[in-house]
Design a protein around this ligand. Sequence first.
Ligand SMILES: *[C@@H]1O[C@H](CO)[C@@H](O)[C@H](O)[C@H]1NC(C)=O
Ligand SMILES: *[C@@H]1O[C@H](CO)[C@@H](O)[C@H](O)[C@H]1NC(C)=O
Ligand SMILES: *[C@@H]1O[C@H](CO)[C@@H](O)[C@H](O)[C@H]1NC(C)=O
Ligand SMILES: *[C@@H]1O[C@H](CO)[C@@H](O)[C@H](O)[C@H]1NC(C)=O
Ligand SMILES: *[C@@H]1O[C@H](CO)[C@@H](O)[C@H](O)[C@H]1NC(C)=O
Ligand SMILES: *[C@@H]1O[C@H](CO)[C@@H](O)[C@H](O)[C@H]1NC(C)=O
Length: 492
Amino acid sequence: MASVHKKKLKIYSGIFGGGLSRSQGKRLLRLCGVILCFILLFSIWSDIFKTLLPTLSRSHFGFKMGNIAPARLLDNETSNVSELSENDNVNDTKMSFQPEDNSATFHEEEQLCRKVGPHYGDNCDFEGDIRVQANSATIYVFKPKQNISKSWNIKPYVRWYAPNVRNWTVKLIGGNDKHKNLIPKCTHNHNDPAILYSMSGYIVNYYHSFSDFLFPLYTVCFGFHRDVHFLASDFVWWLNGKFHEVIESLTRHQVIDIDNENGQVHCYPKIVAGLKNPNLVIEQSEQKYETGASMLNFKKLIRRAYSLPRQKAMESIQGQKPPIPHLLIISRKRTRVLTNEGKISEAANELGFEVVTADPDTLTVSAFAQLVNSCDLMMGIHGAALTNMIFLPDNAVLLQILPFGEIDNFGRLYFGNPTVGMNIRYLEYKITTEESSLSQQYSTDDPVLSDPMSIHKKGWETIYSVYLENQNVTVNLGRFKDTLVQAKNLLS
Ligand SMILES: *[C@@H]1O[C@H](CO)[C@@H](O)[C@H](O)[C@H]1NC(C)=O
Ligand SMILES: *[C@@H]1O[C@H](CO)[C@@H](O)[C@H](O)[C@H]1NC(C)=O
Ligand SMILES: *[C@@H]1O[C@H](CO)[C@@H](O)[C@H](O)[C@H]1NC(C)=O
Ligand SMILES: *[C@@H]1O[C@H](CO)[C@@H](O)[C@H](O)[C@H]1NC(C)=O
Ligand SMILES: *[C@@H]1O[C@H](CO)[C@@H](O)[C@H](O)[C@H]1NC(C)=O
Ligand SMILES: *[C@@H]1O[C@H](CO)[C@@H](O)[C@H](O)[C@H]1NC(C)=O
């Protein structure tokens, strides 16, 4: 976008360039200022629309503009971990990873484009003469010394089942000069390597922004020391802006909206297509490929990117001694509302916490990061906003309130499991039927209350609408205090 504006500015200074008196010049300048403002506003607006419209029309998974806020978990994976493995029973080699030439027994190449993990996406890694042609969504890998040619269809996203991800083809072209005309000519030569990823799928959801995009991107580009080009397919302008602090700490180059590089062929000495390590943990099986990337190092990077001052919890901020534990209550306003958060706040206060209640939707990522980093305990009902735990200082505590409905498994998968790598402590508070608004919405013998697993059998949409979209929580203060005491003991 920046380049578009620069062009416009140039044109205007060209038109009104010379031959004016001073006052004429001043008036004209003022007028130009106004016109320019309109032009800028208009082009920003139309850019937003250009990016949003295709995204919105493509999203058949129920997003409305207002819901882009970090409130929804709509990944299928959330339905049930074991359910998901059934979905995943598709043959590994069959999914989107389709080697064309099966007769080839070139094991070295098999390793170059592979599926990562049982239900995750494609990840390819090539060095040499790499040419990325935007129009055809093709990556050419020219290997003059080999007499083998082969191609793969890939989706450069960490979850193979993610919707709306542009397909890419990787063409390995071996052999002599007679094949040379099969590969396009470079229009841009780059010395740094490239990483290709999609910004579609689930990443508008705040959890997935980190779990499917930023953290996987970090693990893949670790070691490049920012000397790497990001090629974003399915580019989403505002998401790129929303996380610019993190993206800029991963690359020194401007992100390329690769799908719109019409007629261009970008050439690189190395390319990684597709990311790996979703769910905010580094896959155990993957460790041998890693070169020191870890969640702790990612947290360090995040702390630098947002200038977060506190590395350790309970370190006194303004020389208070002994330090007072600070509690952040994540407030939700529409769904999964904690109806008595005021009472909880009072109770926590009596227990010696300094309490702040905040709704992440009302602040920028950076401002919310500052707030989270100033706290020692963060609590909230299961939901994407808990992803903000990434900004907590080491040794802090995350307390997840699990709503009614047997959704503990994915609550733990998404927010419990990553706490280990983040060096924070994890507590959960599982509510009883009485603490759920569902106990007023349904009779006790309704399957929603008496047999949640029968609701699970109806699929993710139903689970989501019954247990996640239409349930508020009023915690039992007596019972909840025990958990707060537990958190306080962990912190002292
Ligand atoms: C979840 O998986 C089911 C079954 O595989 C599928 O029908 C459904 O469309 C998926 N939902 C989403 C949101 O991906
Ligand atoms: C998976 O693919 C392999 C190799 O093509 C084949 O031998 C195996 O039977 C397949 N398994 C299933 C479950 O389709
Ligand atoms: C590839 O190279 C091998 C060994 O040099 C040779 O036997 C084979 O015929 C070559 N294949 C092609 C298609 O050129
Ligand atoms: C991507 O390729 C798969 C088959 O490999 C196909 O089923 C799917 O429709 C393609 N998606 C798009 C968006 O073209
Ligand atoms: C969810 O996972 C549990 C534990 O593996 C399993 O017992 C249960 O049947 C699963 N639920 C569904 C709906 O598949
Ligand atoms: C939950 O609370 C919100 C805000 O008070 C309210 O709008 C919503 O209707 C409530 N939902 C249920 C299921 O009670």
